[in-house]
Design a protein around this ligand. Structure first.
Ligand SMILES: NC(=O)c1ccc[n+]([C@@H]2O[C@H](COP(=O)([O-])OP(=O)(O)OC[C@H]3O[C@@H](n4cnc5c(N)ncnc54)[C@H](O)[C@@H]3O)[C@@H](O)[C@H]2O)c1
Length: 205
């Protein structure tokens, strides 16, 4: 399982969402072509990605939606609730706490922390902002494996080191900085997304 490329793992989440919709629509079997069409990717890509995990599909019939969902659930852990903490109660941190979509996908934000005492005690969604000094105690008392870094670039390295010491396993990092850490990191680099888009736009022109 270690050798599966990251982009594939990311796409599995998309496949899962697509299959959930099909399931809700009452669809029993689906062809890779239909999944591909819904997601705007090539059907050969869908077949290749899913073949990493064994032969799910039947030629001419397609994939059994419920069975494939079950298989994906066991691979990407969507059958499990993940507790998440957010470091930084600014624009991004607050937006995430207020974003219902995460909970729907079973990512449960259970704590938000900030270094600014003026923000501590404020209510964001259903949570009260805690001071960062309470982090250690909080992580000891709760099962938390995932954290979001939503602090300024200058504080992000320090924060990831704290998270590493506390045994957090993975981080979603919004700060535009390459973190030095052993933790698993997913970067959310909005500037890069724009750059990639304009690169493609220019090439089309
Ligand atoms: N706002 C955006 O649209 C946007 C877009 C892309 C990326 N980002 C990046 O995401 C990060 C967060 O952005 P934002 O707009 O939410 O910033 P923000 O300034 O609104 O919030 C950052 C929060 O982090 C807190 N903080 C600072 N040091 C801390 C520490 N050591 N421990 C805990 N909390 C600490 C601050 O008190 C503040 O409340 C930044 O690195 C930013 O560059 C922001």
């Amino acid at each position: 399982m270690d050798k599966i490329p990251r982009p594939v793992i990311r796409r599995l989440g998309l496949y899962y969402r697509c299959l959930s919709k099909l399931y809700e629509e009452g669809v029993d079997y689906v062809a890779s072509r239909d999944i591909a069409e819904r997601l705007g990717i090539k059907s050969s890509q869908v077949r290749k990605d899913l073949s990493y995990f064994g032969e799910f599909g039947k030629r001419g019939v397609g994939y059994n939606v419920a069975m494939l969902m079950e298989k994906l659930e066991s691979i990407i852990g969507v059958d499990k609730y993940w507790n998440v903490i957010v470091i930084g109660a600014g624009n991004i941190g607050s937006a995430l706490v207020n974003y219902e979509g995460l909970k729907k996908e079973k990512f449960n934000i259970i704590g938000i922390f900030d270094a600014d005492r003026a923000k501590v005690g404020r209510k964001i969604g259903n949570l009260i902002v805690r001071h960062i000094s309470e982090l250690k105690e909080f992580v000891k008392k709760n099962i938390v494996e995932i954290a979001v870094i939503a602090v300024p670039e200058t504080a992000a390295q320090y924060v990831v080191e704290q998270l590493e010491q506390l045994g957090i396993k993975g981080v979603v990092n919004f700060a535009p900085i390459k973190l030095r850490t052993h933790l698993l990191v997913e970067e959310v680099d909005i500037t890069l997304t724009f750059k990639s888009l304009v690169f493609q736009v220019e090439r089309k022109i």
